[in-house]
Design a protein around this ligand. Structure first.
Ligand code: IFG
Length: 500
């Protein structure tokens, strides 16, 4: 980086570099605030957790003490009163003046989102894990902001390749910076079962013992899962566990012979085919098993959703699929959770509490449109727009391309509120970027595929459609490059973006 560019980086980040784009941003002249060694961070009662997280980021790179107190006054102030009611439950107001930055919200979630915007307003070096030279200037601004959709999600497939809790937590740190508020963990598939279920212990010890390519695999203990849940919750992210069924179940079937219709456990599977497995719909033990699994998962999942998969059930007849889902969906409700399923679940006319997750490559699906018409909310993950495991271009070293290549602009230029025929804005729960890991082995691989595309999905989920503009967005995206460099994020330098 040239010294001029370094100087540019050290200057206050332009107020139009925030992703997701806020609802309204007004520059205020002569109102810059500079964080100094005497800056204090003040928080309303109940908001000191958010203040501590912000302080952690700022202390690391500024070297300042930045004490946090339950108080009001100059400096960085996080308050739970006085916010414009427009901000709702996740929005905030952020006002910069020469004496400090005041963030107001109705909830702790809103304050957390406001602190992410503050990070974007500070120079990129604020994200460094070592002390950097300032000045740490925040440009004078008035911001009022709140999300378009309630659900902005990222999915990580930890079944094809297992990822340690630390790697999952790093991904949580990265997606939190873009106000993503759901992390969907794909915990079970043909190649692996990744969560301990006490009543069926072989699921982890056998089903979790390998992965695609035959590696050692792994699994989360309940304590590790709960630690990930808490880590996410502190960053306004709700974890959604997925146990895919009736298909994508070889790991479970290999762990317990009695779950198979013929009473014989198939071998563990380390390939990448799909559609060859199915739970035995006709056996009562199948539903006892699922009841045990959902009960134990619900008990360690404070969030409202459990994902039951339902995709690619090519070895389950339509009639059996319907029978299966009509027995399983009530089990999720019984344990106080709402079900999400891949959009095939729409064909069983599920209760309106069920969220079909659209992953098609087309613009229409009659069952999904009918479900939306009945009142089901649809989660938008069109595979040719939102699948983060798709290659960027034909020369991308990892990833797949069955849904098409997804360069940054392709992943950004679509409207979730008007994408699937007869699934309008009011029927959309939000947007999610699935990252399947057949070809993804390391933290660097995850980051290479997720960045820069996930921030575009986060913006589609958060920002007003009126703010949607590729030419403006790609400038804001370019400003993320130095931030990701400071964070050590292994992002793809798309040639569509003029990285500084
Ligand atoms: N489809 C499968 C996934 C994964 C994916 C890879 C869904 C819902 C292809 N199902 O996407 O298990 O293999 O891109």
């Amino acid at each position: 980086m040239t010294s001029a560019a370094t100087q540019a980086q050290a200057a206050a980040a332009p107020i139009d570099s925030v992703i997701p784009a806020p609802v309204s941003v007004t520059a205020v002249p002569n109102a810059n605030y500079t964080v100094t060694s005497s800056t204090q961070i003040r928080a309303a009662a109940g908001a000191t957790g958010v203040a501590d997280l912000l302080a952690g980021v700022l202390r690391r790179s500024t070297g300042f003490a930045l004490p946090v107190s339950q108080s009001t006054g100059d400096g960085i102030s996080l308050q739970l009163s006085g916010a414009d009611p427009q901000v709702g439950t996740e929005g905030y107001q952020l006002d910069v003046s020469t004496t400090g930055v005041l963030i107001k919200a109705a909830t702790v979630a809103g304050l957390f989102n406001g602190t992410q915007t503050l990070r974007h307003l500070l120079p990129a070096k604020i994200e460094s894990s070592t002390v950097q030279s300032g000045p740490w200037t925040v440009p004078g601004a008035r911001i009022l902001d709140y999300p378009r959709f309630a659900y902005r999600g990222a999915m990580l497939d930890v079944a094809r390749h297992f990822f340690t809790p630390d790697i999952v937590k790093r991904y949580i740190d990265e997606i939190a910076l873009y106000k993503v508020n759901y992390l969907h963990l794909h915990l079970a598939d043909d190649q692996g079962w990744r969560i301990v279920i006490d009543s069926w212990p072989r699921l982890a010890t056998v089903g979790g013992s390998t992965q695609v390519g035959g590696g050692a695999g792994g699994f989360y203990t309940k304590a590790q899962y709960s630690d990930i849940v808490s880590y996410a919750a502190a960053r306004n992210i709700t974890v959604i566990p997925e146990i895919d069924m009736p298909g994508h179940t070889n790991a479970a079937l290999a762990s317990y012979a009695e779950l198979n219709c013929n009473g014989v456990a198939p071998p563990l599977y380390t390939g990448t085919d799909v559609g060859f497995s199915s739970f035995c719909v006709s056996k009562a033990v199948t539903y006892q098993f699922i009841d045990d699994v959902v009960r134990e998962l619900a008990a360690i999942t404070p969030g409202p959703y459990i994902h039951i998969g339902g995709d690619e059930a090519q070895s389950t007849s339509d009639a059996d699929y319907k029978t299966f889902m009509n027995k399983v969906l009530p089990i999720v409700t019984k344990y106080g959770k709402q079900a999400i399923g891949w959009h095939e679940v729409a064909k069983v006319n599920p209760p309106t509490s069920v969220t079909p997750q659209f992953w098609g490559t087309g613009r229409s699906d009659s069952a999904v449109a009918s479900a939306a018409g009945r009142g089901n909310k649809i989660l938008m993950s069109p595979a040719n727009k939102a699948y983060l495991d798709m290659k960027y271009t034909s020369s991308t070293p990892i990833g797949q391309d069955w849904a098409g290549k997804i360069e940054v602009k392709t992943g950004y230029d679509w409207n979730p509120g008007a994408y699937v025929t007869n699934v309008g804005e009011a029927a959309v729960r939000g947007v999610e970027g699935p990252l399947w890991t057949e070809t993804v082995k390391t933290r660097q691989d995850i980051e290479f595929l997720a960045f820069p595309r996930l921030p575009g999905l986060a913006e589609l989920g958060w920002s007003p459609w009126s703010k949607h503009n590729w030419d403006a967005y790609k400038q804001r995206l370019a400003a993320q490059g130095p931030r990701w460099q400071a964070m050590g994020v292994n992002f793809y330098r798309s040639t569509q973006v003029s990285w500084p």
